[in-house]
Design a protein around this ligand. Structure first.
Ligand SMILES: NC(=O)c1ccc[n+]([C@@H]2O[C@H](COP(=O)([O-])OP(=O)(O)OC[C@H]3O[C@@H](n4cnc5c(N)ncnc54)[C@H](OP(=O)(O)O)[C@@H]3O)[C@@H](O)[C@H]2O)c1
Length: 252
């Protein structure tokens, strides 16, 4: 495992670092003197975040890339070289009931390309070298939605259930190698993705980086979210679905 405190001078690759939770994680890694590679599509926003990383004590580079492009993960890894910490954070959440005839199927494909395919490929490309070195960490951003059947956000929630399942299995694969894989699940967090969120990106970033020093395969940000996530895992689907629909309409 490599914790945030051990990141001085070492490379952290943070996807979706141009805003929201990814930017907050990149900036907090700056506090630890990390060499942060910030990835996203918006070059100007990436540069702004990278400047903050440097102002806080780290070094930084930006790579503007559409990670939903199937060729992007390999290109990115070739450009970056050795990575000590991979933060798979970039994600999108196209919403709306899939039963609606005007639901955009192409948007859902793009979401899977990013939330599932790019995250999986980046992990598969970087994890073997970490294991060979005997140190490194992978931090995967999942969601409390991944613990529940989420009507109106069905495919997004399912993509996050995938992230949880993948991370749990990889946590087991890397046991005893010196490498750590952990998923961190935010609940509603105030960012461009969710302006109604109650937690802040900084709070989630703190939870995420603290999770690197722990041993659990999955961490949920915030006490109320943790209770919600565990509750939904325990409930039968016929109860969990309608209850999740109500909770999401009420709390975002
Ligand atoms: N906010 C919440 O309530 C919440 C709750 C649970 C889980 N999460 C998860 O937390 C993570 C971060 O979410 P957030 O709230 O911080 O969202 P956000 O503010 O919308 O930021 C999303 C980040 O992903 C990047 N991104 C989007 N599409 C991309 C693409 N095709 N290629 C490369 N980068 C791309 C964006 O950068 P560009 O636009 O520059 O590409 C941006 O930096 C996501 O995985 C999300 O699912 C969020």
């Amino acid at each position: 495992m490599t914790t945030a405190a051990q990141m001085r001078g070492r490379t952290a690759l943070v996807t979706g670092a141009s805003g929201g939770i990814g930017r907050a994680i990149a900036e907090q890694l700056g506090d630890h003197g990390a060499d942060v590679v910030l990835v996203g599509r918006n070059e100007a926003a990436l540069e702004e975040a990278a400047a903050t990383v440097r102002a806080r004590g780290g070094t930084s580079r930006t790579i503007a890339l559409d990670l939903a492009d199937p060729a992007a993960p390999r290109k990115l890894v070739e450009q970056v070289g050795e990575v000590e910490l991979l933060v798979n954070n970039a994600g999108v959440a196209p919403g709306g009931p899939m039963v609606d005839a005007d639901a955009d199927a192409a948007d859902l494909r793009g979401m899977l390309d990013l939330n599932v395919a790019a995250l999986t490929e980046l992990t598969a490309l970087l994890l073997p070298a970490m294991v060979a070195r005997g140190h490194g960490s992978v931090l995967n951003l999942a969601s409390v939605a991944g613990y529940m059947p989420a009507p109106g956000l069905a495919a997004y929630a399912a993509s996050k259930t995938y992230v949880l399942a993948l991370s749990r299995a990889l946590w087991t694969e890397v046991r005893g190698t010196g490498v750590r894989v952990v998923s961190v699940s935010p609940g509603a967090t105030r960012t461009a993705m969710n302006p109604r969120g109650t937690r802040t990106a900084d709070q989630v970033a703190t939870t995420a980086l603290a999770a690197l020093a722990g041993t659990a395969p999955a961490v949920i940000d915030g006490r109320a979210n943790a209770i919600l996530g565990r509750l939904f895992e325990a409930l039968p689907a016929r109860v969990a679905g309608p209850l999740a629909g109500w909770a999401m309409a009420r709390f975002g």
